[in-house]
Each structure stands twice: as C-alpha cells, then as structure tokens.
Design a protein around this ligand. Structure first.
Ligand code: GLN
Length: 195
C-alpha cells in the first residue's frame, strides 16, 4: 500500500523520511498521476497559499476532492491543515480545499521566532507527544462530526473527521513516529513498525 506526501512546497521530505523509518512504501506526490498511485496522502507544512495555488494549477486539488469523497485518508499538518479547512477566519478569501468542517486562524500561535514545543497528551497514540508549533494555525471552530484528539490551552490542535486527520503541530520534525503510525493505521497499512 503506497502512501503519498504532497510535494509541491514545504517540508515534505521530513514526512517522507518518517514514513520510510516506519517501513511504509511512500512517494512524493507532484502530479495527478502520482496521486492516483497512493492510498493515503499527507499534506505537509509550508505556505498554504503556495501549496493551494500549485494544487489547483496541477489539477491535484480536483483529484484530491474525488479521492477524499471515495474515502481516501488524508492528514494535513500545519499549512496542510489550513488547506483542509472549510474556512480561514483571518484570510476569508484564501483558497482552501474545504474538505473538513473546521475553521482555522493562520499564524495564530505566533511568528517563526516564537516557535515552541509542548508535551501534548494524545490518547489515541498512547500518551504524551512532543508537539512542535511553528507559525501554527489555530482551530477556532469544529463541526459536530469532528473529533478532538488533542488540545492545547483549551483549543483543539489535533482533530479527526472520518478519513481526515489534521494537526497544528509538526510530528515530522521529531523522532517520535507515533502520529505517523496512527495515520498509517487509518490508511490500513500492515507494516513492521520500529516500535
Ligand atoms: N503560516 C503558514 C501558512 O499559513 C503555515 C506554517 C507552517 O506550515 N509551519 O501557510
């Protein structure tokens, strides 16, 4: 089973390495043809405006809509989460895929220099996880079908809606692979993990 990491811009290589460390078969997705080969997709952090623009130009955005409706699991981190959201509160005209019933606020956790790490309790992965926030978006509204998997300072930072997973933080930048493992389980990958 092949997992894709959207590689139009942003830190897609780090996600690829994380998946490879878990012995998952993974490719960088840059075209619609690449997207057709995968059974699950990670949308990385980066610049949500750039990734969104390139996804439309390449036709990936349309194909992604089709695949998500068919049930393909997708995990958006940071800019990836912004792109999954139905609305961006502080940039209402910015394009997003609009697949998830969440409203986000871009850059709500401060600037690049104000990046931080917190030990976040995440029950679905078995406990505390060192979560790295870099110009992270905040989830300011969640629909009824959205399950909150982790909160920070009273706001959701890791959420799931059926086959869609999204988080404000960057699990690909640490050595703890449990969040990626959780996503692989959503995709239904049978693999020999490192744990
Ligand atoms: N601030 C970025 C954006 O709005 C997201 C930051 C990130 O992905 N680390 O696209």
């Amino acid at each position: 089973m092949m997992i894709g990491v959207l590689g139009l811009q942003g830190d897609f290589r780090e996600h690829l390495w994380a998946l490879q460390k878990l012995n998952a078969e993974a490719i960088v997705v840059k075209t619609v043809e690449d997207l057709k080969r995968v059974s699950g997709l990670i949308i990385p952090g980066g610049e949500s405006t750039t990734i969104g623009r390139l996804a439309r130009i390449t036709g990936i955005a349309d194909e992604l809509h089709k695949r998500v409706i068919q049930g393909m699991p997708v995990y958006g981190t940071c800019a990836g989460m912004i792109l999954l959201a139905k609305r961006i509160a502080n940039y209402p005209n910015q394009y997003s895929f609009g697949l998830m019933d969440i409203v986000v606020e871009r850059n709500a956790y401060g600037r690049q220099v104000e990046s931080f790490e917190v030990d976040l309790p995440i029950q679905v992965i078995g406990g505390k996880f060192k979560a790295i926030f870099i110009r992270a978006p905040k989830i300011v509204e969640c629909g009824d079908k959205v399950e909150i998997l982790a909160e920070y300072n009273g706001s959701p930072v890791f959420v799931q809606q059926d086959n869609l997973l999204a988080g404000s933080f960057h699990p690909e930048l640490g050595n703890d692979l449990r969040v990626h493992e959780y996503f692989l389980r959503m995709v239904g990958v049978k693999y020999a993990g490192v744990h």
